[in-house]
Design a protein around this ligand. Structure first.
Ligand SMILES: NC(=O)c1ccc[n+]([C@@H]2O[C@H](COP(=O)([O-])OP(=O)(O)OC[C@H]3O[C@@H](n4cnc5c(N)ncnc54)[C@H](OP(=O)(O)O)[C@@H]3O)[C@@H](O)[C@H]2O)c1
Length: 248
């Protein structure tokens, strides 16, 4: 396969050898127990977006890891805000990544899971309408589903006033979705942190100063500070860092 901007390992085992996709995937892997991985890209000064979108922070190395993390997961969890704002399309993987999944006994595509309190969702959005696997929507009891949503997604209700994320994740695991990848956004990340549900954070740091204005990668209610050990540091040749933190 063609590898664009080379990515190599800096820590804990430095090697100048560019990582191919197999080696890169091995740096992230799948956990041997139910696991929630969160993936974000940020600037040096901690911005969640540039001009309102994550695209201004991302580049080819980040997109490569982003795609590999999708290949590795059972389900991709995204907040309704990010789904709407970033215009999520159906989750697609190229043939090589689908072949990797088949070889590892996984369905060809991960399941898309959308978290929404309001159910202000458009069933015609490609993320639902073109989905290769029927998506799951986690919402609260009493939220009114828009016409057509239940035609294109399983609507799972957990929590009375707000989505109960622990209950929602337990339901996903009952469906065999153990390895979860959360692609944000910040309010969902903040809520998952507050509920102590985050096992791992993969963070791409772009060599950019975004300045004041954009929010952080997390938002919402404060939560207890906890230690998250560093597991690896990778560097792309254009100065982008890929950090992986995970609890034991
Ligand atoms: N840098 C990155 O890697 C990255 C990644 C993702 C997103 N972003 C950026 O983040 C911004 C979007 O942020 P945002 O403020 O809209 O936050 P968000 O977390 O993406 O979305 C918030 C919305 O998602 C739903 N939601 C989130 N947490 C929930 C919870 N615990 N329970 C129930 N529903 C929940 C709610 O949807 P309802 O309104 O439907 O109830 C809520 O209004 C965009 O600028 C996007 O580009 C950046």
């Amino acid at each position: 396969m063609s590898v664009g901007i080379p990515i190599s390992a800096l820590w804990p085992d430095p090697s100048p050898q560019p990582l191919d996709d197999t080696a890169l995937a091995a740096h992230y892997g799948r956990a041997d127990r139910p696991h929630l991985r969160v993936n974000f890209v940020t600037s040096v000064d901690g911005a969640v977006s540039v001009d309102g979108y994550s695209a201004g922070l991302s580049g080819e190395p980040d997109k490569r890891v982003f795609g590999l993390l999708r290949m590795l997961c059972d389900a991709l969890v995204v907040a309704a805000g990010t789904l709407r704002h970033e215009g999520y399309r159906a989750v697609r993987l190229d043939e090589r990544r689908r072949a990797w999944r088949r070889a590892h006994g996984l369905p060809e595509y991960p399941t898309l899971v959308v978290v929404s309190d309001s159910l202000d969702l458009d069933p015609a959005q490609a993320a639902f309408a073109d989905a290769p696997v029927r998506p799951v929507v986690l919402t609260r009891v009493g939220a009114a589903a828009p016409t057509g949503l239940t035609d294109v997604a399983d609507v799972v209700r957990c929590g009375d006033d707000r989505v109960d994320l622990a209950e929602g994740l337990a339901e996903l695991r009952r469906r065999g979705l153990d390895q979860l990848l959360c692609e944000g956004g910040p309010r969902l990340f903040g809520a998952l942190t507050a509920a102590d549900l985050v096992d791992e954070v993969c963070l791409t740091v772009a060599p950019l100063l975004a300045g004041a204005g954009p929010g952080r990668i997390t938002a919402g209610d404060a939560s207890a500070v906890r230690h998250l050990p560093l597991r690896h540091v990778l560097a792309a040749a254009d100065g982008v860092l890929m950090l992986r933190y995970a609890r034991d």
